[in-house]
Design a protein around this ligand. Sequence first.
Ligand code: SAM
Length: 292
Amino acid sequence: MSAPDGPLAAPLPAGRSWTAAGPPSGDSHSGDSPSGGELPPGAPPAAAEIFGPALGVAVRYAELLAGPGVERGLLGPAEAARLWDRHLLNCGVVAELVPSPCSLIDLGSGAGLPGIVLAILLPAVSVTLLEPMARRVAFLTECVQILGLGNAEVRRGRAEEMAGRLSADVVTARAVAPMYKLAGLAIGLANPGGVVLAIKGAGAAAEVSRARPVLNRLGARDVEVLHAGSGRVNPAATVIRFTAGQVRGKVPGRGVVGGDEPVPSGRRLARGSAVRSRGGPRGGARSRRGRG
Ligand SMILES: C[S@@+](CC[C@H](N)C(=O)[O-])C[C@H]1O[C@@H](n2cnc3c(N)ncnc32)[C@H](O)[C@@H]1O
């Protein structure tokens, strides 16, 4: 993360590489499959199983991450060597938790993880890549174009600002914030009854424990820690999944949620601490497009 945010000096390269025929078009995302069952350099065997006919597009995305993504400081140089296991497969297996079709917001998408990977794998899912930082937004926009992802769009903004302007059936997040804070941000973007999928590490259960008071106050239901991709990738991806309440962001008698510090259970909430009122009705379910 060394380069400053701002307009990009150079566009992404045109992409003559392993997928030399270029990005796919249409909505199948089938891409260029490796011929003769060969895997591209650095891709483990699980890559072919996880991505199937979309492997060619995934390979092209991996090249963008390892090339311009690293050059522009969006990923550390050390990540290039472990792109598949640590990033693409870790995100790809989360597709098994996403209903299709649906709308999905990837909160804090960064260089597109997991949002671009899910858009590649799930062409019937309408993916919004939400990211506040200009340099990352530019990279995401170019990736969407180069990869031919007709089911993905990029929105610049912070989750707090977009709550009430943007919403989806599923909200994903990886490496954005601790759960006690992320819960409010994600629920603010979820449709009533929508699902939040937070990709976490080994400390997921502890995060849930710490966030439990906040999750309860926000009306989160069915909170659980899952392992996606068990038996397919090693390690499996650890995901905190919960369902947003039926009334978006509304806590009975407390106004509307924010993403704040945990409040010890039993302690009375002070105004402006764990739950904030934004004042005024927020309306019902909203379309994710054409707003804000
Ligand atoms: C550590 S990066 C992770 C990026 C990506 N999800 C990944 O796993 O590689 C965290 C990202 O979240 C974004 N972010 C942080 N706070 C945010 C907020 N309140 N709303 C939206 N995005 C946010 C940052 O700009 C950054 O791109």
